[in-house]
Design a protein around this ligand. Structure first.
Ligand SMILES: [Zn+2]
Length: 330
């Protein structure tokens, strides 16, 4: 595994370029040789270590690569990515007595969507396709976010570089482990089994003042009030990669139940049991394979999707097996 001087020579040049301070080549050579030949550290690792040792930034060595949205995680530098700007909004803020602009929006490619922030006016337009070079990711409010900073360059792409807006706008299917890792994402879809319907699902009554769900006809802030009826689902979906909390409002709940709020109130009063609606939801959802779409965020309780749509999906194991066989047999 030992490397000769000749083998190390080109790397010494590369390291020298990565250093801001002037360091003599033979000093770099001695260090690199020690790391590689004495300590048996792999060459790429050793190069990074030498650069660090001389006060440089080893990140400059990492090869630039083109990412897709689905590849992104917090803490990446030199990110090159192509995407379509789906939404864009502008804010002004003040720093050092100067008014500055900040743009934020959603960037999408075939694999997903991510929020981005641009700390400069790059002339971005909604609906257009771009390549961002040298952008970086960081965490913002629990989610991975793409940032366009001082070193980022933005290139306009031809419109056919990416799928059209209508197509790319659709919620991208994502695995739950990735969503948890990213801390959530706007407009995504997950497919999995409903493994839990939590208490407080079904028919609930909300405080007319603050909209909190009443417990025993009482609001924790406003005491005894005349509650407004509402429907919701609090559930858990598991896709085999992870589990995600779900919260769905009245519209989705009505469609799952195939009953509207008035009908639910009637059923509950006939059975003299408000929890009968939760029972109905359990019957219709527990252990069922579904697709859910919506916005995913992370808070103290975990990673949660605010569900815009919930659909039963057929998942016939026999069909899947056949499909696989067909694929294998070509
Ligand atoms: Zn209240």
């Amino acid at each position: 595994m030992s490397k000769t001087k000749e083998e190390l020579a080109p790397h010494i040049d590369e390291i020298k370029k990565a250093l801001k301070e002037e360091v003599k080549p033979h000093e770099i050579e001695t260090e690199l040789e020690t790391f590689v030949n004495t300590y048996g550290i792999s060459l790429p690792e050793a190069k990074r270590a030498v650069i660090k040792k001389f006060g440089g930034d080893p990140r400059v060595l990492s090869p630039k690569r083109t990412y897709t949205v689905n590849d992104l995680r917090t803490g990446l530098f030199r990110v090159d990515i192509q995407g379509r700007v789906l939404t864009l909004s502008k804010r002004t803020y003040e720093r050092d007595g100067q008014e500055r602009v900040l743009f934020s929006g959603i960037l999408a490619d075939e694999t997903g969507k991510i929020e981005f922030t641009a700390w400069d006016d790059y002339g971005l337009e909604e609906g257009k396709a771009y390549r961002f070079s040298n952008s970086y990711t960081k965490q913002w409010r629990g989610r991975t976010q793409l940032n366009l900073g001082n070193n980022t360059t933005v290139t306009s792409l031809s419109d056919d570089a990416l799928p059209p807006v209508e197509e790319i706008q659709q919620d991208a299917l994502m695995n739950i482990d990735r969503l948890i890792q990213m801390g959530g994402a706007p407009g995504v879809k997950v497919e999995g089994f409903i493994v839990g319907i939590r208490n407080g699902s079904g028919l609930v009554f909300r405080c007319p003042e603050c909209n909190r769900v009443l417990q025993k006809k009482s609001c924790m802030i406003h005491g005894n009030v005349e509650g407004k009826p509402d429907l919701r689902i609090k559930g858990i979906v598991d896709d085999g990669y992870g589990a995600l909390y779900l919260i769905a409002g009245r519209e989705v709940t009505e469609s799952v139940l195939d009953h509207d709020l008035d009908q639910c109130l009637k059923i509950a009063s006939e059975r003299m049991d408000p929890s009968s609606i939760q029972d109905m939801l359990e019957e219709r959802l527990m252990s069922r394979y579904v697709s859910v779409s919506g916005n995913v965020f992370t808070d103290d309780y975990g990673t949660t999707m605010l569900v815009n749509a919930l659909n039963h999906e057929s998942r016939d194991v026999k069909d899947e097996a056949n499909e696989m066989l067909e694929a294998v047999e070509g």
